[in-house]
Ligand binder design. Structure first.
Ligand code: PLP
Length: 454
């Protein structure tokens, strides 16, 4: 019996073209990219080429793409790395008797994030970081008014996902980044770069005192991170258009291999005065700023792991070249087919929904009807247990999911549906169909017949 796979949000099969691109690096081209000999250089060239592909696709700079082992690791690096950098800066500036002496950093996340964000935030909370979880409405969209209210001067990071893995609901990322930018700009009490170079010590005459801490905290923060793991397959992920400082990507959701992810890390250097600007400012009293700002020369995050300093010192460990090459190939293929494929699966998904509604009138759609990924259909079948339905469909040859892959292993109701205001019965009675490249109309028709038999 041919299986009907409708769980592409959990994992996608390896595209044969990706497998071919990886093959030489699994066998003959085995060098370590840190080695100086020819074998090493060959691996380094493949790594550079892969980075260029991903970088071009998201509009990043070369050293802003950090390869990781997974999206989970990238999400951890975004959150933990930002907090670590702030702590580092705080230590460096402990002589600065500014108002940030007793600073308690705040992180804002949405209530519907993937576990790799929510659990990381909870862990940081146990270490003294304040975590605000912004609610979503019944459609699964982040409450922007509540979000605005959650921003305060201690906020160092906002992490809101681009598209949800359970419902496929797409957040208005550029609108959220606009709110963050406006908030940053409203912190006007701190001089900007130009003011500093022109100051000739004017700030001191005015009795204002500023250090690296004040400058950074006030101008560059909060940073904005988005988990674009599910969105990448179908939506444009240009970092400037989205207005994000950090962005997580995954290989295994775009027909690439498991074992590769990436974190985009915006280089903050341009946002804060550089050493030269500061020395030119004749602000002698702050001459130690040169030293303090050194920490910001590269990026906004500090590494979680220490070691060989790979990935621009942000992610130590020998790079998984075959997986990274595969990830880049998958990204390249995606960029050529994104729009066409979005339209194709969108039509099939709408067809499936129309047919389900016709045969089970009581069925309900979870999540905004328009603002969602084209391949996702998350539905509530009243009076049904999602687990039971999943198992029965599996026996009928159909693979679907109850909630996310991780949630499916537990009997807990989906935290995403609960956050949307649905009761436990609905959160436990909803299933997710996610279509993909191999999904055909014949498969959808077969599925509809199976559902009617139930
Ligand atoms: N973020 C989102 C939105 C996801 O859907 C997933 C996986 O399903 C992840 C992060 C974590 O990905 P991985 O398990 O590959 O690390």
């Amino acid at each position: 019996m041919n299986r009907i796979y409708l769980d592409y949000a959990s994992a996608t099969p390896l595209d044969p073209r990706v497998a071919s691109a990886m093959e030489p690096y699994l066998r003959a081209k085995f060098g370590n990219p840190s080695s100086l000999h020819r074998e090493g250089q060959e691996a380094m060239a493949a790594l550079d080429k892969s980075r260029e592909t991903v970088m071009n696709l998201i509009g990043a700079k070369f050293n802003e793409v950090i390869f990781t082992s997974s999206a989970t690791e990238a999400n951890n690096l975004a959150l933990r790395g930002t907090v670590k950098q702030i702590k580092n800066l705080k230590i460096k500036n402990q002589n600065d008797k500014s108002k940030f002496k007793d600073f308690k950093p705040r992180i804002i996340v949405s209530a519907i994030e993937h576990e790799s964000i929510l659990e990381t935030a909870a862990d940081l909370e146990r270490d003294g970081v304040e975590v605000v979880r912004v609610p979503v409405d019944r459609r699964g969209l982040v409450d922007l008014e509540k979000f605005k209210k959650a921003l305060n001067e201690n906020t160092i990071l906002v992490s809101i996902m681009y598209a949800n893995n359970e419902t496929g609901v797409v957040q208005n990322i550029s609108e959220i980044s606009k709110i963050i930018r406006n908030f940053r700009n409203s912190k006007s009490q701190i001089p900007n770069n130009k003011q500093i170079s022109n100051s000739n010590d004017k700030n001191q005459k005015n009795g204002l005192r500023f250090g690296a801490w004040d400058l950074v905290i006030n101008k560059g923060y909060p940073l904005f991170h988005t988990d674009a793991v599910q969105a990448f397959q179908y939506l444009d992920c240009n970092v400037d258009a989205l207005g994000v400082d950090l962005m997580t990507l995954s290989s295994q959701k775009i027909y690439g291999p498991k074992g590769a992810g990436a974190l985009y890390v915006r280089n903050l250097k341009s946002q804060i005065p550089n050493n030269k600007q500061i020395s030119n400012s004749n602000n002698k009293k702050n001459s130690n700023l040169d030293l303090e700002l050194g920490a910001w020369d590269l990026s906004s995050v500090k590494p979680m792991m220490t070691g060989g300093g790979q990935e621009f010192e942000l992610r130590s460990g020998t790079e998984n070249i075959p997986a990274i090459v595969g990830f880049a190939k998958a990204a390249e293929l995606l960029s050529n087919s994104r729009e066409l494929e979005s339209r194709r699966v969108g039509k099939l998904r709408d067809y499936l929904w129309a047919k389900i509604k016709k045969s089970v009138p009581a069925v309900r759609l979870n999540g905004d009807a328009a603002k969602r990924l084209p391949n996702n259909l998350n539905v509530y079948f009243p009076g049904t247990s999602a687990e039971e339905m999943l198992i029965r469909l599996d026996m009928d040859g159909v693979a679907i999911s109850a909630g996310s892959a991780c949630a499916a292993r537990s009997l807990e109701p989906s935290h995403v549906l609960m956050a949307m205001g649905f009761n436990e019965e609905r959160a436990k009675g909803s299933v997710r169909f996610t279509l993909g490249r191999s999904t055909t109309k014949i498969e959808i028709d077969k599925l509809i017949k199976i559902l009617r038999r139930r």
